[in-house]
Design a protein around this ligand. Sequence first.
Ligand code: FES
Length: 108
Amino acid sequence: MKNKESVKVRVFRCTPENGEDTGHYEEYNIPYEAGMTVLTALDYIYEHIDRSLSFYYSCRIGKCLGCFVDVDGKPVLACTTLLKDGMTIGPHKKHKLIKDVVVDFREN
Ligand code: FES
C-alpha cells in the first residue's frame, strides 16, 4: 500500500461487565505510515483517540500469540498483519469476550 494520509478502520467495542450483551463497531481514522500493523493501529487509537479501548499484546513479534484478533472475519495476529484501509477488527468469535477485542483464550 502506498503512503496516504490516513486509513479508516472499524473496531468492535463492547463491555460485557457493564451489562452490554451486544457490541457495535466504531470507525476510526488512523494516520498511515508504511509498515503499520493492525496492532500499531490499535495502539494509535488507544494513545490518541480513546483510552478505553482494550486489546492485548506482549511480544510484538508473532511469538506469544496473545494478539489474535479477527480482521475482516479471519483470525490473524495483530502484530504481524499489515494495516489496510477499510479493515474491520473484532474479537475472536470462538472465545468468550472479555472486552472490545480481548477474549479469554482459556474458554471456548
Ligand atoms: S504480540 Fe505476541 S504474537 Fe502478537
